[in-house]
Design a binder for this molecule. Sequence first.
Ligand code: SF4
Length: 916
Amino acid sequence: MTLRVCRLEDIVPDTGVCALVGDQQVAIFRVEERVYALGNRDPFSDANVLSRGIVGDLSGELVVASPVYKQHFSLLTGICAEDSAVRVPVFAARVEEGFVLVEPPVEVATTCCYCGVGCGMLVSAAGNTVTSVRGDPAHPANFGRLCTKGTTLHLSMDPVSRLTYPQIRGNRASWDEALEHAAERFASCIEQHGPDSVAFYISGQLLTEDYYVFNKLAKGLVGTNNIDTNSRLCMSSAVAGYKLSLGVDAPPCCYEDIEAAELIVIAGSNTAFAHPILFRRIEDARAANPQLKLIVVDPRATVTARAADLHLALKPGTDVPLFNAMLHVIARDGLLSAEYLRAHTEGFEALEPLLAYWTPERAAAVCELPVEQIVEAARAFAKARSALSLYCQGLNQSVNGTYKNCALINLHLATGQIGRAGAGPFSLTGQPNAMGGREVGGMANLLSAHRELANASDRAEMARFWGVPSVPEKAGKTAVELFQALDTGEVKMVWIACTNPAQSMPDANAVRRALGRAEFVVVQEAYADAETCEYADVLLPAASWAEKEGTVTNSERRISRVRAAVPPPGEARPDWAIAADFARRLQRRLGKAIAFGYQSAAEIFAEHVETTRGRDLDITGLSYASLERDGPQQWPYPQGAGSGRARLYGDGVFPTPSGRARFVATEYVEPAEPADAEFPLRLTTGRLRDQWHSMTRTGRVAQLFSHSPEPEIALHPLDAAQLGLDDGALARIASRRGQTVMKVRASPEMRRGDAFVAMHWGGRFMSGPGSNALTLGAVDPFSKQPELKHAAVRVEPFVAGWRRMLSGPAQLRGAVTPLLQRFDYAALSLARDGTLCLELAAAEAPGAQVLALLDDLFGTSVESRTADRGRTICSCFGVGETQIAAFKTLRELQAKLKCGTNCGSCLPELRSRIAA
Ligand code: SF4
């Protein structure tokens, strides 16, 4: 509701007054006959003083100068002229009939845009600014909790680096010009070379409605299945595993199974970092039920693994031998559920040669585990009243990924640990809406609502539904194939939306070469500095989180609404609206007429809902109105159901032709690139606690750097010593595809012979294309998911002839980022107070020109950013490891330093440090 705060004539021109709007102090300024409203709090002095500041013109921009430290804030955007990372909220204000009217802040319920836990959050917005977020106590995924990333989401909305208008080869264009140009290029390519000469590469961060329109555009309008997504890097082995074993791509479990389980097996997931709110739920469940045991399967002694009752630190890539041997033990010890096998499964007999081969002794030798641990894990799994397995990229990102999934599911089927409370195989989705993408069939080998491309009647059904003559049968190019085809020219044009393949794809150098060779690249993106933008012929500004409407589905099949709290900046538009607008222009050129005239996200959702009628994921009982009324709901939710289904297969009937679940003979396939004499270390990649994907969003939040501020490679201390590398030393890391220089972290959490780098680091934060310069594009034969978890590397000392550590204001970032590539080693990060920190090293001193450039930017000061608190563990309160070491109990630590009392993401690490 708009508030009338005063008469215009009550404000002296070029000054301000303070008013209370809702519960917020607002500074209202008058410039001639116009009014501007900003939050009254000066973030530098933390005092409510801006209304007393002086209003004036600073380089053509209307600003107010704080009366305390004199920083200037734009009256239009609220951005600080001295530090663009800082902004004050802007309120919508206008004059009507001589009175000043101001819009009060609003609170909007939406969903976190990071991981697949799918936490609900309440977003406070004032005018065009998201001012704060808090967990939604009513959302069943998180009940009010948020992790470090979720808690700081509002700080990631950096307006300076947003794309705000379309561009054609770097020049500003209108939407009309940009989309007409793209439509003309795509149409002529399709007419000349056929529909498979173009491709779409989209994202698990898109909303279901965005995904639906892109899928219809590619498969219905263009007539190609060349549409794939970054979910291929994330969940496609889980999809293939579910389909092979259980019949369809449907996670059978729900989050409540955590409390109902007697045993939880976490395989290939550092849940404490990658799905923090779910891990807190596991911790709570263990505290409430001491009988609940935790087994963790992971090569590294991660924070998650250190919390386990049994940690199986297997050799990377050997999960299939481990699970096969566990099944061997279960069968040998008479622990099979004969009744479940007989009534609800098929194919167990065919496994016998495989099980005979994978004795625990043989598996122990391959996995480099003690036999006793394999036997103990197998017996615990079979004997538990309810066993739940949670798994993620450690299983999926492998050339053996599908079979890793199936081998784990075999254990559940053999023991009847499925379809009951607390039991079942439960994939944790990495991305916020990988599930939604799978539901609309937005991938190269999928079709809408779990239909099959290879099934003629499924294709005919969708063709009828979309009003097109046919839907193509041949599977399209999956992610790795797509960029390889761009490289060879087989695919000539690509449309990339909401993802950053130049940084996130394996073998990044090859992907960049492919993007460079493509005839035409359209990039639809929110942030101007995402690495992929530099390859765009047409760059389109997309609305982002808190700026658009839609839905997402989380790991437990729960559909939540995503709502807009602020308008998109400049000319940015929702992704579905851009895709639909392009489709309308393209079909005019192709002489087709398909319905793309959507006016709202709700309309698209309703169309998607109709595609699910009668399918296993039927959601014909849902609409935007029902989600508004009843809140987030799980699928299936058919018309008239009254509620969604919490868990699947309770009746033991599976969506396979026979109605039985299938045992899969899971052959072990070794990693595509084993370590050898030339590249003797096994490199795995994974997530940090406080960063997300390629850091286009989290890389703007100073607080999120404190836990892991710079790229580093973790090695076992003895391996590091053998290589002549001290903790913190610089090392050159080389694989067959590329190389990079990082600092070494000598870490006892590593196995001998293994190395680990975080997946997030790219060319905006370091020299070179980042972690993925090292990884390879070998893929699983079923899922086509690349093996991001295993590459052979060589690590050797890097001798720096020149080093420098610099710091300066955050607004130097734009000028500094392109310089990173001029040094052998570069690490750019943000200190807690927003200061930009830069560490550089080179084999030889750079030329005078580069040194002069650095001096121009930073002056000649040399500063260290190493805090005497040591590595930061609690990023909410900035508490470091040396401070924590002084405490004996968590209670004492929390009372004194407050760490772990806000979002709680550091609690698992605090507990493991105090216990050590
Ligand atoms: Fe977001 Fe964290 Fe929840 Fe994941 S666990 S959805 S990142 S708040």
